[in-house]
Design a protein around this ligand. Sequence first.
Ligand code: 5GP
Length: 137
Amino acid sequence: MAYDPDNIFAKILRGEIPSNRVFEDDETLVFMDIMPRADGHLLVIPKTPCRNVLDASPEQLAAVMKTVQKMAHVVTQALGADGVTVQQFNEAAGGQEVFHLHFHILPRHEGVSLRAPGQMGDMEQIAALAEKIRAAT
Ligand code: 5GP
């Protein structure tokens, strides 16, 4: 399947639609998920195009995983998380909805279940969490 340069994360990368950015380096960008399944739900993406793990280069994967690990540490510190769930989906049959490679980082607290997918978050709360996470990077 071909990469679609008009997918929503490509538009976020180009700044065509707003996002709550918390970290970036030369190769990756991290921003808040607008339908958070946990407080502080982050998305980590490469700045270069690929749909998912199936067409990503080893270099893209290495860059993204380095940032995934960094941000797992950051949310643990910033939000006092007891654990972190990392999720990643490939193609529609694999549960993927946005076709630009991304890893979900879900800060977890003992006894707190993930919320159901597909529910819009409170944007003020998301912005406040983004500020806390940004301050810990
Ligand atoms: P997946 O492709 O891994 O199944 O899910 C895509 C993720 O992107 C979902 O968690 C969804 O909440 C998130 N998402 C979809 N549209 C937007 C958007 O416009 N902005 C942000 N920040 N996240 C989005």
